[in-house]
Write a protein that binds this ligand. Structure first.
Ligand code: GLA
Length: 375
């Protein structure tokens, strides 16, 4: 009898409990409905025309910067690893490979259905220190470098075969005046290191798209040499699918017409174009390039917006971004994607480049995770 009574009591408690859980769930869903984010997203607005990408870092991938991770998922359908696929990270010493961060990046993208871009197997900067040297500290011969380029490209591209859509196979091999950059790889192999890298890439993963990627693509000399490079690769039956224009821009460079000139020139050579690292500094800049080794001294007059950007300056920035997008739209059937270099203003490299320690506002999403008025 006593037992029966207790179990009846328990039943009533359970019923009450269930009821309150149901009420709480209903209330929560109501709250989350009323807080639903109905603001526009870049991928919803532009995703039918292009892949809309961003460069992500390891903390965003790990979910340690929630505003940034939420912005990735809301605004983008494509990702590039900001650093973790560069050779100094994945192959820091001869024979030592470390894919920990790169694998986490790829897993994050796959879990969230984000198209993945590979960046940048062959680049003179952020290249593993050992790559061009022998054990005595002398530059290696051309045959050894060829072998190393081959092994690097094959190891990376075969690991992610079927997962990564395309690669910036070679990054920044040409100077603005059109000469080849005098990198260690160039000193050892001449411009042939570029052709060889593409040759290896097309064999390593025949289904991956292959890109040449560079900054200041609006410069006439660079434009011409890139066109010659495309011709040369094609004449050797070496695959190149698209040219990546990095697009690290400022308020007074480049001229929009020079930008358009280069788009037209590359398309005329029979490749597609893509905008792979778009950002636009709102600050006064002493330098129009994006060579990561370049730095200038900090002075407060070069850092005018520490407390926020005046409305008219922000409006000018918004209008200039729209101007570039309008040009891109003119060629949309030949454009693969627009990738922004960073997620929000707080994670942009422009806060430290080319002058360290400034507060820049170079990306479409602000520090609070809100989209600026660029649609
Ligand atoms: C270049 C590289 C990128 C990145 C930026 C600066 O544009 O291609 O990988 O290093 O510089 O963040």
């Amino acid at each position: 009898m006593q037992l029966k009574k207790t179990s009846k009591k328990r039943e009533i408690i359970y019923m009450k409990l269930n009821l309150s859980v149901a009420i709480a769930t209903f209330a929560l869903s109501f709250v989350s409905c009323s807080q639903q984010d109905n603001t526009p997203s870049l991928k919803d607005e532009w995703g039918h025309k292009y892949l809309i990408g961003t460069a992500v870092n390891q903390w965003q991938v790990a979910g340690e910067t929630p505003i940034e991770t939420a912005a990735i998922l809301k605004h983008f359908n494509c990702v590039t690893a900001e650093n973790c696929m560069k050779s100094e990270v994945i192959n820091p010493q001869k024979g030592v490979w470390d894919f920990t961060l790169a694998d986490e990046f790829v897993a994050f993208a796959e879990k969230n259905n984000l198209t993945i871009m590979g960046h940048a197997p062959i680049w003179h900067s952020q290249q593993a220190k050992w790559f061009c040297f022998d054990d005595n500290g002398e530059l290696v011969c051309a045959d050894t470098l060829k072998q190393r380029i081959h092994d690097h490209i094959f190891t990376v591209m075969q690991r992610y075969k079927g997962k990564i859509k395309g690669y910036d196979v070679v990054n920044e091999a040409i100077e603005d005046d059109g000469s080849y950059r005098n990198s260690l790889m160039y000193q050892i192999m001449g411009e042939e290191f570029i052709d060889w890298s593409f040759q290896c890439a097309m064999e390593a993963d025949p289904d991956a798209e292959l890109y040449y990627n560079d900054y200041s693509m609006w410069a006439e000399g660079k434009r011409n040499t890139v066109c010659e490079l495309i011709k040369r690769l094609k004449s050797k039956n070496i695959k190149i699918d698209a040219i990546g224009l990095q697009c690290h821009y400022g308020m007074d460079f480049p001229e929009v017409s020079a930008f358009e000139e280069s788009i037209k020139a590359f398309i005329n050579e029979g490749v597609r174009v893509q905008f792979t690292e778009f950002d636009m500094s709102i600050l006064p800049n002493p330098y129009t390039g994006a060579d990561v080794a370049t730095r200038f001294q900090y002075t407060p007059d070069k850092d005018p917006y520490r407390d926020g950007v005046p409305a008219d300056v922000q409006a000018a920035w918004n209008a200039r971004v729209k101007e570039f997008i309008a040009i891109i739209d003119k060629y949309q059937d030949k454009v693969n994607r627009i990738t922004f270099w960073g997620v929000t203003d707080s994670s942009s490299w422009k806060n430290d480049f080319p002058i360290p320690g400034r507060k820049d506002y170079a990306l479409p999403i602000d520090r609070e995770g809100n989209l600026k008025d660029i649609l």
